[in-house]
Design a protein around this ligand. Structure first.
Ligand code: UGA
Length: 426
């Protein structure tokens, strides 16, 4: 594994994982003899049969993707492999989420790198292999994917990639995570551009599915229906499916916001206005505002009010706070003069650094002390199991609980002495 961040490489060499991802350290221990870490790309590029490019592709201007990391790596690889003779072409796998057409662009940059180095020709092929794992369940999703997608314009590279993925495709390994072997994992082969588009379409669809149920939750509030019952009812239709129908504060993280914006920007470059994607993003923005409105509805002015934010990471089981709803809500509350006290099992420190005025505590009850309201932002198991009676006994009137993930039973919360407000629960 190659990374330009030497500190990260040293942590990995020590057998530690530089981020919070359940099960990853155990997996690394299992294969420690076969893993190497270095900050030098050169020797790796020259000796490897397959190189995965998995660098970050953040949002650039107007939502368009900033490809500078991919460009640097492609040019460097080109320069390093210049003049290297090999039996089969080097397979360069684009794992990073990149705009449609980037496969060809990467080929061009590698070719330029080869020529500029001037050590002679080199053979390589670029393929696209989008990643579908979710943070917080990365190990599970890697071992048991719903599908593997491979985009390549030449057959040779397809064969090499199929061989590489064979244990996962055939599920021919045993892990204590899932002892029963699954049936074979679909290996979808397609052209480069379609593979790149599959990644964006998948994330945009999932984000739209969540925004859809959030819109339904707003209508449920008006008409007196409960969105959790509605989601259960529609999710049983196999064409709809039950997953990603949890209404609440909405989506965040390093993928959905960036990829929805990138797809819109990509369409815009061709003069197409992606109206549904615009609505998907708009509904998501309004979910954060709904939290503030719910607080104002019961507390009226927020000036001087103490508000506990329970959960700060963008989702449970990760320490990632990129585009986390908690940050946006905390910033808005600070602007409105409220005092915000946050708690998260792992992301407290980074969140406090990211938002001025956000204090954090070591346990949820500490955050709830004298709080006029609490907002459940991230549904960590520890927070789902919160002792609501204890919470109510520590809070100040009106003991408002805004359940941003609809995880508590309204009646139980009310019986515990809390003023309960969910999202779209009648
Ligand atoms: C997402 C996709 O699910 C992965 O398939 C993809 O590989 C990844 O992006 C990526 O592009 O790298 P991730 O962002 O890690 O994965 O997390 P998700 O579990 O998809 O959750 C995203 C956001 O949606 C979170 O803020 C979560 O709280 C929210 N969400 C999810 C809802 O608000 N409601 C739901 O029903 C589900």
């Amino acid at each position: 594994m190659v990374d330009v961040d030497e500190e990260r490489i040293n942590i990995l060499k020590d057998g530690r994982v530089p981020l919070y991802e359940p099960g990853l350290e155990e997996q690394m221990v299992k294969v420690s003899g076969r893993l190497g870490f270095t900050a030098e790309l050169g020797p790796v590029a020259r000796e490897a049969d397959v190189v995965f490019i998995a660098v970050s592709t953040p949002s650039g201007e107007g939502g368009a993707v900033d490809l500078s990391n991919v460009e640097d790596v492609a040019r460097t690889i080109g320069a390093e492999i210049s003049g290297v003779k090999r039996e089969r072409p080097l397979v360069l796998v684009n794992k990073s989420t990149v705009p449609v057409g980037s496969g060809d662009y990467v080929s061009m940059l590698v070719r330029e790198g080869i020529e500029e180095a001037g050590n002679g020709d080199a053979s390589f092929q670029v393929v696209s292999n989008p990643e579908f794992l979710r943070e917080g369940s990365a190990v599970h999703d890697s071992l048991f994917p719903d599908r593997i997608v491979l985009g390549a314009d030449l057959r040779e590279a397809l064969g090499a990639m199929r061989a590489l993925y064979e244990p996962i495709i055939k599920q021919s390994f045993f892990t204590e995570l899932e002892p029963r072997p699954r049936s074979a994992v679909p290996f979808v082969t397609t052209d480069l551009a379609s593979a790149e588009m599959i990644k964006y379409a998948a994330n945009a669809f999932l984000a739209t599915k969540i925004s859809f149920i959030n819109e339904i939750s707003s209508i449920c509030e008006l008409v007196g229906a409960d969105v959790t019952n509605v989601a259960a009812g529609i999710g049983l239709d196999e064409r709809i499916g039950p997953r990603f129908l949890d209404a609440g504060i909405g989506w965040g993280g390093s993928c959905f916001p960036k990829d929805v914006a990138a797809l819109r920007a990509m369409a815009g470059e061709y003069g197409y206005e992606a109206k549904m994607l615009a609505a998907t993003a708009e509904v998501n923005d309004s979910q954060r505002k709904r939290v503030i409105s719910k607080l104002q509805q019961d507390l009226h002015t927020l000036k001087g009010k103490r508000i506990a934010l329970l959960g700060l990471a963008f989702k449970p089981n990760t320490d990632d706070i990129r585009e986390a709803p908690s940050l946006e809500i905390a910033r808005e509350l600070t602007v409105l003069g409220a005092r915000t006290i946050g708690y998260d099992p792992v992301a407290g420190k980074t969140a406090a650094q990211a938002v001025e005025g956000l204090d954090t505590t070591q346990n949820p009850y500490e955050a709830l002390k004298r709080a006029h309201a609490a907002v459940l932002v991230t549904e960590w198991d520890e927070l789902r199991a919160l002792d609501l009676k204890r919470a109510a006994s520590m809070m100040a009137e009106p003991r408002l609980l805004v359940d941003g993930r609809n995880v508590f039973e309204p009646k139980i919360a009310r019986d515990a002495g809390l003023l309960y407000r969910g999202f779209g629960r009648g």
